[in-house]
Design a protein around this ligand. Structure first.
Ligand SMILES: NC(=O)c1ccc[n+]([C@@H]2O[C@H](COP(=O)([O-])OP(=O)(O)OC[C@H]3O[C@@H](n4cnc5c(N)ncnc54)[C@H](OP(=O)(O)O)[C@@H]3O)[C@@H](O)[C@H]2O)c1
Length: 246
């Protein structure tokens, strides 16, 4: 995938991995649009990068997804890269999870939204130069952490969707790229909660290098190990990830 001269829409791009990718696409001379729910985060990102375009959008809401398509393709007719990055992390015990609506909300953000946005944008992307759909999954798509069961299930499902979508679109111009990050130091879940993760810049540089090489699946560290593991290795990784903490 070429890095320069794109018009890139990144969901959840005002913070974390999305913003780090946005900064790198901007630096390489692409137009970048980011969307998210929090106006203050979008404003902060725009202050740091005045060339960034921002849009309030809740991707869990179907009407918001449709109006994102209508607005983005009208304002940026050359939009050729959709990065489905928005996501939420909610540790929960299924037996005590309370109203299903909370679980449904996480599924809507992490899984329904990228599937529906991919579907919505396909027709537009098909007519563009070097079109790409990016899906951000996780190393936990390959081996789950039991304390975050719905998150891990949505990422496993999205990994599966990426394989099918790539196959379905393989005879046309749209490339499908999966990014499966390892643990990365962002505010996912809560501010400061991922301080032991890989430095954000290091991960974003690795992801951009993967784009430039044309990797269909971009992994790093733990996610490389998990994505290539045998069943026996996955069982060992599962044990390790879910070992009781003393
Ligand atoms: N950090 C890690 O260790 C790690 C590991 C594997 C995978 N990932 C994946 O990487 C992606 C980015 O996460 P991150 O680590 O960069 O965390 P982050 O900084 O919390 O980014 C998540 C972004 O998604 C946006 N978002 C959440 N719900 C949304 C909604 N309903 N509509 C629109 N935007 C929404 C958030 O903005 P608003 O709250 O303002 O909407 C936020 O900007 C996620 O898909 C995550 O699962 C992260």
């Amino acid at each position: 995938m070429k890095i320069e001269s794109n018009t890139v829409l990144i969901t959840g791009g005002a913070t974390g991995i999305g913003l780090a990718l946005a900064e790198r696409f901007l630096r390489a001379g692409s137009e970048v649009i980011v969307c998210g729910r929090r106006e203050d985060k979008l404003r902060e990102a725009k202050q740091r990068h005045p060339r960034l375009h921002t849009r309030i959008c809740d991707v869990s809401n179907e009407a918001d997804r449709r109006s994102l398509l209508a607005w983005a393709t009208a304002e940026f007719p050359r939009l050729n890269v959709l990065v489905n990055n928005a996501g939420v992390w909610s540790p929960l015990q299924i037996a005590q999870a309370g109203p299903f609506e909370r679980i449904h909300q996480d599924i809507a953000i992490n899984l329904e939204a990228p599937i529906h946005l991919s579907q919505l944008f396909i027709q537009h992307l098909h007519a563009q130069e070097s079109p790409v759909i990016v899906l951000v999954t996780s190393g936990l798509a390959f081996v789950p952490m039991a304390s975050v069961p719905v998150y891990c299930a949505t990422k496993a499902a999205l990994h599966s969707f990426a394989l099918s979508l790539r196959q379905q679109l393989s005879s046309g111009p749209i490339a499908v790229v999966e990014i499966a990050p390892p643990h990365v130091n962002t505010d996912l879940g809560a501010p400061g909660s991922n301080a032991s993760g890989m430095p954000l810049d290091e991960f974003a540089d690795a992801a951009m290098a993967g784009f430039a090489r044309g990797d269909p699946e971009i992994t790093c560290g733990f996610s490389t190990k998990a994505s290539r593991a045998s069943r026996a290795e996955l069982d060992a990784l599962f044990k390790q990830l879910n070992a009781p903490k003393h």
